[in-house]
Design a protein around this ligand. Structure first.
Ligand code: GAR
Length: 204
């Protein structure tokens, strides 16, 4: 087993509260087998970039809009990952789809956090607040978050961890989103990152 930590890239598009949870849990030692070496944002205005800068983490923007094709978008991301010798990719509020051409190159090396209990409220069109709107519209009494490996099926890869959260009377999509983040996402994403990093480290 090598003593080097697993080099992690976190891919983001927005506020970056899950990135912040990862940064905080790295500082507190919950994440010990991996190290966040790079943050890639698909959005130049994402607040997540400020969080990366404040933590002194190398960061880059690859804007989907500025790429003429999905292929070009993924090629730019792949180059950054290779340049930085990234071994594990964490999608933490990354709002772009990655094609099969990309995901097949990183089997069991891409993980994603999704704000529901998969297989409920997942797949195409279910992202961010829409997920909680759908959960409230359906009337479920329990929802939660899922961390899973990413493959060619949106939100369809093997589940790594899940945590349930109760829906409360009077919840709005916003109040439910916050409870799911605080009570599930910010806890299980760092735990899952450590688990996968440790397994990768042990298999080196
Ligand atoms: C989080 O709730 C995350 O689970 C969700 O977007 C939010 C990003 O927040 N991701 C998806 O819906 C992916 N399908 P953040 O930028 O503050 O971490």
């Amino acid at each position: 087993m090598s003593n080097d930590k697993i080099k992690i890239a976190v891919m983001v598009s927005g506020g970056g509260t899950n990135l912040q949870a990862l940064i905080d849990k790295q500082k507190s030692g919950v994440i010990a087998s991996g190290e966040i070496s790079l943050v890639i944002s698909s959005n130049p205005n994402a607040f997540a970039l400020e969080r990366a800068k404040k933590a002194g983490i190398k960061n880059a923007v690859v804007s989907r809009k500025e790429c003429s094709s999905q292929q070009e978008f993924e090629k730019k991301i792949s180059s950054l990952l290779a340049e930085n010798k990234i071994e594990l990719i964490v999608l933490a509020g990354f709002m772009c789809i990655l094609s099969e051409n990309f995901t097949v190159k990183f089997p069991k090396r891409i993980i994603n956090i999704h704000p529901s209990l998969i297989p409920s409220f997942c797949g195409k069109g279910f992202y961010g607040l829409h997920v909680h709107e759908a959960a409230l519209a359906y009337g479920v009494k329990v929802t939660g978050a899922t961390v899973h490996f990413v493959n060619e099926i949106p939100d369809g890869g093997e589940i790594i961890m899940q945590k349930a959260v109760e829906v409360e009377d009077g919840d709005t999509p916003q109040t439910l989103q916050k409870r799911v983040m605080v009570n599930a996402e910010w806890i299980i994403l760092p735990q899952a990152v450590e688990k996968v990093s440790r397994e990768l480290l042990e298999s080196k």
